[in-house]
Design a protein. Structure first.
Length: 265
């Protein structure tokens, strides 16, 4: 296959799915990793794609984000979508389980639902999120384990203390909120938070990522994990068709949550 044919194929894949991964192109085109990377580099020089870690995206995809807003700033963004996602995630919780909830506004909404739902108790909830712990504090038949650690602007506890706490724990499912999501997986702008999020993933038998549609195409400084480590991804119906198709192939289960007028309150 000529270089121009390969590059046309790459552009077609990006137009269809919104993003491509180098590893997938190597398998599909039957060429080396370096050949694919050179093709992507040429397309990027022409402004036809934007290179990201592990692949390429459409040139108009939002660029890398290193900003880490505080909890209150994030809480007001896409609030209806986040409420719908939290409600959909609640369906995966069963009485008697041990859960881990990362810090974040969507996981905090899930925690408020758990605090109000008598049918899903008893539960044990491990969290590195101060707001998550506050939402569950004093809830009968819900034991809360707070990891400890250094506090971030988003009210997450991270660092060696948090990571050491999670090292020897085992939970049924981790619910992970993320800052960004692209073709290579979820990301965060905080290096220490990425390490603690990875520990939350490692301690779980299954992992559910909660991400509203605005997270797609936002790339934080640090990658958390790959799609092969994610069992379920819950997003809202605002996600575009191309991104849906890509993510449906990338994870075992893609759940689309539909916001309601009640969620917008």
């Amino acid at each position: 296959m000529l270089a121009t044919q390969r590059q046309d194929r790459i552009l077609t894949e990006i137009r269809t799915h919104g993003a491509v991964r180098v590893a997938d192109l190597v398998a599909a085109l039957g060429v080396s990793d370096m050949t694919v990377r050179r093709d992507i580099a040429e397309l990027a020089r022409d402004g036809l794609v934007r290179r990201v870690h592990g692949g390429a995206v459409a040139p108009d995809t939002p660029a890398r984000s290193t900003d880490e807003p505080g909890f209150e700033a994030k809480r007001t963004r896409s609030s209806a979508e986040k409420a719908a996602i939290a409600r959909a995630a609640l369906a995966d919780v069963e009485p008697g389980q041990a859960l881990a909830l990362s810090a974040g506004t969507t996981t905090w909404l899930l925690a408020t639902l758990l605090a109000a739902d008598l049918t899903r108790r008893p539960l044990t909830v491990v969290t590195n999120g101060l707001r998550v712990a506050d939402a569950l504090h004093g809830t009968p038949d819900v034991d809360v384990v707070l990891t400890g650690g250094v506090r971030t602007p988003s009210d997450a506890l991270v660092g060696p203390v948090a990571d050491a706490t999670l090292l020897d724990l085992r939970v049924d499912r981790t619910f992970l909120g993320v800052h960004g999501l692209d073709a290579d997986g979820p990301t965060t702008p905080n290096l220490a938070e990425a390490a603690t999020d990875r520990a939350l993933v490692r301690c779980a038998a299954a992992t559910t990522v909660l991400a509203d549609h605005t997270k797609w195409g936002t790339v934080g400084l640090a990658r958390i994990c790959g799609f092969d480590e994610i069992d379920t991804l819950v997003v809202d119906t605002g996600l575009g068709a191309e991104a849906r198709a890509y993510l449906a192939d990338a994870v075992d289960r893609l759940v689309l949550a539909t916001p309601t007028p009640r969620d917008a309150r």
